[in-house]
Design a protein around this ligand. Sequence first.
Ligand code: PLP
Length: 389
Amino acid sequence: MGMKHPVYMDHNASTAVLPAVRKAVARALEMTGNASSVHGAGRAARKVIEDARDRVAALVRARSADVVFTSGGTEANNLAIQGFEQRPGGALVLASAVEHTSVLKASPNIETIPVDREGVINLEALDMMLADAFSASRTHPVLVSVMLANNETGIIQPVSEVAAIAERHGALVHCDAVQAAGKIPVDITSLGVHMLSLSAHKIGGPAGIGSLVLAGDLANALNLSAVIKGGGQERGRRAGSENLPGIAGFGVAAEEALKNLPEFSNLAVRRDRIEEELGRYATTHVFGAGTSRLANTCCLTMPGVAAERQIIAFDLAGISLSAGAACSSGKVEPSHVLAAMGVAVDEADTAIRVSLGWNTTDQDINAFLAAWREIYDRAETATNDGVAA
Ligand code: PLP
């Protein structure tokens, strides 16, 4: 195939760090102070952190004081769920079946809310589960955790409707907005949720930094306890000396993401071209195509070709993408998201995720389309020749 220009189409796994972020991180690395120290160096570090806090707050229209920096989206989700559950007397957590594993595995006691075939949360089921949770036999406070956009399919959930239903029952709401922030407008107040998770490396910042954002006075009802205990940093909600370079980078990434929101939505043109051209070429299926999705994400099947084979073939062609979630083991495992949508294992096994980013070009799309057709044709020929495909 010759030398190929590398094509990165796995932006939902982690996106390229923005040049302005790189500079901010480098500047912060040159600083010495601990932000908790009262001397000048400490105060300078404190200023960098508070400036970044303002910018992260602005991304989701929250108050700066309600931004709790964490080591990433995973910790933010764990803090939301465990910090709520640890209250005296216990608590109940309901989460949609398509949540990220950092929500689903944050507690062994989570009850899952089903989704429909398009991957959208079943609001009637939620209503019934909440009615049951608050029936005479169960008196625990209840938290509902529903993501704003899914990492594997890009499907957007009706979070404000979830919040309205929860409010009617007296339940509180957490929203994992890790994939939505910087891709669609996010307003913590209009969503009506009590807390919201963010991660910097999905929006052009460094990995290893994120935030749990609280919803002002509304969040008092959470009685959230710290999960990482120690010093009084982050207003006692998350102990440990702050990750200054990470926070500085996150702040700049949040500012850029907010500025570039309109441009991001233009990626739908490139995404739709993929879906239209491949739809004409083969009987590929795009998950959640009939519902609202992120502009950059497409989860689609290549009939008869296992995702693992596709990923390797694409990689040989210089194209990086994932099968569903990029899991830490590096193995392709069946997607719990597609399973929850009622997708048969055979079909789910042929699904890959294409996720575009700010630096995706038309040439990248062309390279992907050419490689897809070649991989598909090769598999077809092998099957027709009776060779084990
Ligand atoms: N939530 C969602 C929806 C994600 O896609 C991810 C990233 O994979 C996370 C949470 C975890 O974020 P982080 O990688 O910062 O721990």
